[in-house]
Ligand binder design. Structure first.
Ligand SMILES: Nc1ncnc2c1ncn2[C@@H]1O[C@H](COP(=O)(O)OP(=O)(O)O)[C@@H](O)[C@H]1O
Ligand SMILES: [Mg+2]
Length: 367
């Protein structure tokens, strides 16, 4: 049984963006996109949407694409990469280019996964003394790491599935201790690298025979791996958007539906494989609980600006209560005009343009 969340009625945010950005004084924004993760292409698509949406009378936006090798591309190569939707080569190393960020009022690090969403770029921007959109070093780093996230959320009383942490050293030197962890959790279970995203390296282990291969794969990608009990029954996958700094608000709850056995890489990135339902068809009380947990997680993890918080919900059978589990927190969720995060806010009355403008304002806000 999960702990009951306080029965709060959460306000849906108003639709107008605030106006701390003065007319006539354009803010210079550096929009970082691409990066080294499996979500390189998604990031470039999001960046194109953001570039088109930021109102030209308020902002002067300079895009800068980071290649898959982590090198920062000059303007001409950035334009070509945005056109092509990907960047493999070229560019300067990150630290050589970092000083360049100082000519801007704000950076929008629209980067996903390792070396982008995990506190590294946020650290660089903090050292450079330049405001940026989204969570700082702490919130980004902790939210990117599945184990650290679980530790923090557990201390905040937020329900999660059972799990074990295993290290590469354990897998190499005493593999049976890792197999014992799996036995304790039971089958099926999920094996996940602690620090990736996009379902890369994640396996659903259905039989004992599949366990070693799943662990080999996950440990080839990360030093730390989590073994996670499957939810008791196929879960519904619910997502909530959070917007704000120290007084954040929660969007309506959305649901992802798909036919695949789980939301794997292919299902995520093949058009037509999954659909979004906003608002999710849920009893009001349950939707409020999901939103309350999402806000509590955002605060516990010291997130800022935005986050998309993902849950599993297993319906109760024969009149029994259903069970809710927080799955993960994304501090820089997919941000194309058709991505879940902007769609959740659209359902609350926020246009894509108003949402992006609000994020810039939150990035500039004194905290
Ligand atoms: N414990 C679990 N029980 C049931 N399904 C799970 C579990 N863990 C992961 N999944 C499935 O795998 C997908 C990807 O897992 P997730 O932890 O969200 O990885 P990522 O960070 O790569 O998005 C989920 O959306 C869900 O479909
Ligand atoms: Mg996920």
């Amino acid at each position: 049984m999960q702990a009951a969340a306080p029965p709060v009625a959460l306000p849906i945010a108003p639709c107008s963006a605030l106006t701390s950005i003065l007319p006539g004084v354009k803010k210079r924004i550096l929009l970082l996109a691409g990066g080294q993760s499996g979500e390189h292409e998604v990031s470039l698509m999001s960046a194109k949407s953001v570039l088109a949406a930021l109102p030209a009378d308020k902002f002067e936006v300079t895009p800068l694409v980071i290649s898959r090798q982590g090198r920062w591309l000059p303007p001409s190569e950035t334009s070509r990469a945005l056109e092509a939707g990907r960047a493999e080569h070229g560019g300067e190393s990150l630290l050589k280019q970092a000083a360049g960020v100082q000519g801007f009022d704000l950076v929008f690090p629209l980067l996903h996964g390792p070396n982008g969403e995990d506190g590294t770029v946020q650290g660089l921007l903090t050292l450079a003394g330049i405001p940026f959109v989204g969570s700082g070093v702490l919130g980004s780093a902790v939210s990117m790491d599945k184990v650290m996230t679980k530790l923090v959320l557990a201390s905040a009383g937020i329900p999660q599935v059972e799990y074990r942490l295993a290290t590469r050293r354990q897998w190499r030197h005493s593999p049976d201790t890792v197999r014992d962890m799996a036995a304790e959790l039971g089958l099926p279970l999920f094996v996940k690298p602690a620090n990736l995203g996009s379902s890369v390296g994640i396996s659903k282990v259905r039989s004992e025979m599949e366990l070693d291969a799943a662990l080999d794969l996950a440990f080839s990608l990360d030093r730390r791996v989590i073994l996670e009990a499957m939810t008791p029954g196929r879960p519904r996958e619910l997502e909530v958007g959070i917007l704000g700094n120290d007084a954040p608000v929660a969007s309506p709850v959305g649901e992802l539906r798909f036919h695949a056995d789980f939301y794997d890489y292919q299902t995520k990135y093949t058009a037509g494989e999954a659909s979004m339902h906003i608002p999710a068809e849920l009893p009001l009380e349950l939707a409020e609980q999901v939103r309350a947990y999402a806000l509590a997680a955002f605060a516990a993890l010291d997130c800022a600006g935005l986050a998309r918080i993902d849950f599993f919900y297993v319906e109760g059978r024969n009149g029994a209560a259903g069970q809710l589990f927080l799955n993960e927190v994304n501090t820089m969720p997919g941000f194309t005009t058709t991505s879940m995060y902007p769609k959740l806010w659209e359902a609350a009355g926020w246009s894509y343009e108003a949402l992006v403008t609000r994020l810039v304002e939150l990035g500039l806000e004194e905290r």
